[in-house]
Design a protein around this ligand. Structure first.
Ligand code: IVH
Length: 675
C-alpha cells in the first residue's frame, strides 16, 4: 500500500501531465500522446481522487471540460454549458452492460421493469461546435472551449458547406445546434497528398485537421481545408416545443436541413446497445470519416432530466470506445521499398502494436523530406495511425521519449534491390532507382500492375506468384506471361495443376482487351486510369499514340507537360516498343479507332478563375470549361490563356493583368462557351 505523500505526489504528476496534454491538445491542436494514453492518465487521476477526495484540488483537470480559449478569438459565453460525456474505455460488450446497469440503478428500476430505450449514434472524431440560429439564420458558431466559454469561430464555420446558413421550414426564435465539425478521410488524404507534393507539412490526423481549420485565424485558409458537420444535440432553444425523445430532436434537426448522420437508431436495453456497438464496429473501416466509438443516450428527455448530471458529464449518456486508431510504438528500423516506377519509399519497421483493430508492424514514411520534416529516427517512440483501409502512417515522434542514441535516416545511394544508382531530380520529392525493368522489384510491381483488375485483369496472378516468376527468371516482361506453359507453372511452389490451368485460361482471356486498359496496363509513369481513357478516346489507336510528340499529346484534356513528357519518354525507350510488339504478336488485341476525338473548341486553352462570378459557382464554371476541352489551373502563369474574374478578384487578377492575359467576365465566358 502506498503512503499518502506518495499518492499525493502521483496525483500531482498526473494533474501536471494531463494539463500539459490539455494545453497541446485543445490549445495548440498538436497532441503528443495518443488518446488512449491520455484517457488512461485521466481515469487514473479520477480513481485516485475518488479514493482520496482530500487530494482533489480546485484546479484539477477532472473538474473541467477542455482547454482555455485562445486569446485571438472573441470569447463566447455558452448560454447552456457545453458538457462532455463519460467515456467507457472497456471496448468489449461488457462496457455497454455496465452503462445500462448504472442507468437502471439510478432510475431505481428492478429486474422485472421494462428495458430502457436508448438513442444510439456514432462518436465522431472532430471538434465540438455550437451553432446558434436566430429566427432561422446562423448568427454565431462557437467552439466548446472550457465548456462555459468558447471561441467565436463563426467565419470559419460558415465555410463548411453542409452547414445551412438558414434553416428550412418553420424555425424557432432561437435554436442552438450542437455537433461535431470533422474532416472526412478522403478530404484528409487529398489535403495531405497535395501538401506532400508541395513539400509542405501534412496534417497529423483528420481530427487535428478539423481543429486546426476551425481555429484557423485566417478564414481563407480554413476554407481550403474542407470540413463537414454532424449534429448530435441541442443548446439553448427559445420558442420551440421540444420533442419528447432524443431521436425526435435529431429528426427535427434533420428536417430543418441540418446534417445528421444516418447511422443512428433506437436500441432496447443492454442487448440493443451491444448489437449496435458490434454492427458499427464492422462498418468502421468503410466509413468515410473517423469515429472513435459509439454514443448511447437515454432516449426519453424526461428520463434524461431525472438522471441529471455529475460534475462534468450527464448521467444519461456514455461514449463506448473502440480500439484506438492511434497507438504508441518504436521505430526499429527504416528501410526502403521500391515501387513500380522505381520510386523509393522509406518505410518504418515498428515494434508490433495493436492499432485500429489489427497488429501493425510497418508504416509508410512517404518520402525523404517527410522523414526529415517529421524528424523520424531509428530508436524513436512514435505515434502510428491506422484508420480505414489506408496504409499505416507515422503521425509524429514523441520527442520526450527520444533516447540518447538515435540514427538519422539517409536515402541509400544505390537501389537496395538491384544496386542501380538512385536518382532524385532537385525539384522532386521522390528518389528513384534508375534500374528500370532491370530491377527485379520494379519488374514485379510492373507485372502486378499489368495483371491488376483495372488493367489486363488476369485473375490469380498475385504477389507470391509474381515473386517466384521473377526470382526464378521465368518471366521478365509482361510479354513473358503469354509464353507461359503448364510445365513451367506446375513446377512452382504451391501451384497445383488445376490452378496452373486456371491461370493460363485467365492469361488467355486477357488477350481480348480495350485500348484504354492496355495503355493503363503499360504502367507509364503519371498515366493513371483516367488519363489512359482520355488517351484512348483521343487517339483511337495505339500507333497514333506511340507516334505523338509532346505538343500533340498536350491537346488531350488534362495532359500537361509532365504527363506528355512521361509518355514520350516511355515510347522512346526501345525496350518498351519491343515488349508491345511481343504482346501484339502473342495475340493481345483490342478494337481500334472506334472512338475518334470529338471536337472541343477550348482544347489546349488554360483558364484561371478568380473572385466570385455573379451567377455561376466556380465548380460549375470549371465543369463547363472542361466539358469544352479547356483546362482550369489554380494559378496564373505565362501559359494562362484566360483569367475569368468576378467580384473581389485579388492577386490573381493583378498578375493576369501584368502578364497581359485576356480577362473575361462571366458574360464573356458564356459567349466563349457557346461558340
Ligand atoms: S453528446 C451532453 N454525441 O465527444 C452530451 N458527443 O463528449 C454532449 N462527440 O467533444 C455530447 N460524437 O464533441 C455527443 N454523437 C455524439 C458525439 C459527441 C462526438 C464528442 C463531443 C465531445 C466529445 C466528448
Amino acid at each position: 500500500m502506498e503512503s499518502l505523500p506518495e499518492v499525493s505526489e502521483q496525483a500531482r504528476q498526473l494533474r501536471e501531465q494531463i494539463e500539459r496534454h490539455n494545453h497541446v491538445y485543445y490549445g495548440l491542436d498538436a497532441p503528443t500522446v495518443p488518446d488512449a494514453e491520455y484517457d488512461r492518465q485521466f481515469l487514473e487521476l479520477l480513481a485516485l481522487e475518488a479514493e482520496h477526495p482530500e487530494l482533489r484540488t480546485s484546479d484539477s483537470p477532472t473538474l473541467r471540460v477542455g482547454g482555455k480559449p485562445l486569446p485571438e478569438f472573441t470569447p463566447v459565453r455558452h448560454r447552456v454549458p457545453m458538457l462532455s460525456i463519460r467515456t467507457e474505455t472497456d471496448t468489449e460488450p461488457s462496457g455497454a452492460r455496465k452503462f445500462d446497469a448504472r442507468v437502471r440503478r439510478e432510475l431505481g428500476l428492478g429486474e422485472s421493469d421494462a428495458e430502457v430505450e436508448y438513442a444510439v449514434e456514432l462518436k465522431f472524431d472532430g471538434l465540438a461546435v455550437n451553432l446558434r440560429y436566430e429566427s432561422g439564420v446562423l448568427v454565431q458558431a462557437a467552439t466548446r472551449g472550457d465548456g462555459e466559454t468558447g471561441e467565436d469561430v463563426t467565419q470559419n464555420v460558415r465555410t463548411i458547406r453542409t452547414i445551412p446558413l438558414r434553416l428550412q421550414g418553420n424555425a424557432p426564435e432561437v435554436l442552438e445546434v450542437r455537433g461535431e465539425a470533422y474532416m472526412s478521410r478522403p478530404d484528409f488524404e487529398r489535403y495531405n497528398e497535395r501538401q506532400r507534393t508541395l513539400d509542405k507539412p501534412t496534417l497529423v490526423n483528420p481530427r487535428n485537421g478539423a481543429a486546426g481549420s476551425i481555429r484557423q485565424l485566417d478564414p481563407a485558409l480554413a476554407a481550403r481545408r474542407p470540413l463537414s458537420f454532424f449534429a448530435y444535440g441541442l443548446g439553448e432553444t427559445v420558442g420551440w416545443t421540444q420533442p419528447n425523445t432524443h431521436r425526435g430532436v435529431l429528426d427535427s434537426l434533420q428536417s430543418f436541413g441540418v446534417p445528421v448522420c444516418e447511422h443512428r437508431t433506437v436500441a432496447q436495453g443492454a442487448d440493443g446497445l451491444i448489437e449496435f456497438h458490434a454492427r458499427i464496429r464492422t462498418l468502421r473501416d468503410s466509413l468515410p470519416f473517423d469515429i472513435d466509438g459509439v454514443v448511447y443516450k437515454v432516449n426519453s428527455l424526461a428520463l434524461q432530466q431525472r438522471l441529471g448530471f455529475v460534475t462534468r458529464e450527464p448521467r444519461w449518456a456514455v461514449a463506448h470506445k473502440y480500439p484506438a486508431e492511434e497507438a504508441m510504438t518504436m521505430v526499429e528500423a527504416i528501410g526502403v521499398q521500391v515501387g513500380r516506377t522505381g520510386a523509393l519509399t522509406p518505410a518504418a519497421r515498428l515494434t508490433p502494436v495493436f492499432v485500429g483493430g489489427v497488429t501493425v508492424t510497418n508504416a509508410t514514411l512517404h518520402n525523404e523530406n517527410e522523414v526529415r520534416r517529421k524528424d523520424i529516427r531509428v530508436g524513436d517512440t512514435v505515434i502510428v495511425r491506422r484508420a480505414g483501409d489506408v496504409i499505416p502512417e507515422v503521425v509524429l515522434v514523441v520527442l520526450e521519449r527520444r533516447p540518447d542514441t538515435v540514427t538519422e535516416f539517409v536515402m541509400p545511394k544505390t537501389c537496395p534491390v538491384c544496386g542501380s544508382a538512385v536518382e532524385r531530380p532537385e525539384d522532386e520529392a521522390i528518389a528513384r532507382c534508375s534500374g528500370g525493368l532491370f530491377c527485379p522489384a520494379q519488374r514485379k510491381q510492373a507485372l502486378l500492375h499489368f495483371a491488376s483488375r483495372r488493367a489486363m485483369d488476369i485473375e490469380g496472378l498475385g504477389e507470391k506468384l509474381v515473386e517466384q516468376l521473377v526470382d526464378e527468371a521465368i518471366v521478365k516482361t509482361p510479354a513473358g506471361l503469354y509464353r507461359l506453359g503448364i510445365a513451367a507453372l506446375a513446377n512452382l511452389e504451391r501451384m497445383a495443376e488445376k490452378s496452373a490451368s486456371n491461370l493460363l485460361a485467365a492469361i488467355d482471356k486477357s488477350c481480348s482487351t480495350t485500348l484504354a486498359r492496355f495503355i493503363y496496363a503499360l504502367g507509364i509513369r503519371n498515366v493513371g486510369e483516367a488519363t489512359a481513357k482520355d488517351l484512348a478516346r483521343h487517339f483511337g489507336n495505339l500507333d497514333a499514340l506511340m507516334a505523338a510528340d509532346e505538343a500533340r499529346l498536350r491537346q488531350v484534356p488534362d495532359v500537361g507537360p509532365i504527363v506528355a513528357a512521361s509518355i514520350v519518354r516511355f515510347f522512346a525507350e526501345p525496350h518498351n516498343g519491343e515488349v508491345i510488339a511481343q504482346l501484339r504478336a502473342a495475340g493481345v488485341h483490342w478494337s481500334e479507332g472506334e472512338t475518334p476525338a470529338i471536337a472541343m473548341p477550348l482544347m489546349g486553352k488554360t483558364f484561371v478563375l478568380t473572385g466570385a462570378l455573379p451567377t455561376m459557382s466556380r465548380e460549375v464554371a470549371k465543369e463547363l470549361i472542361e466539358a469544352k476541352g479547356g483546362k482550369v489551373a489554380g494559378s496564373v502563369s505565362k501559359k494562362t490563356n484566360y483569367a475569368v474574374a468576378g467580384s473581389e478578384a485579388g492577386s490573381k487578377l493583378e498578375k493576369a493583368q501584368q502578364l497581359g492575359v485576356t480577362i473575361l467576365d462571366e458574360s464573356k465566358l458564356r459567349e466563349l462557351l457557346e461558340q
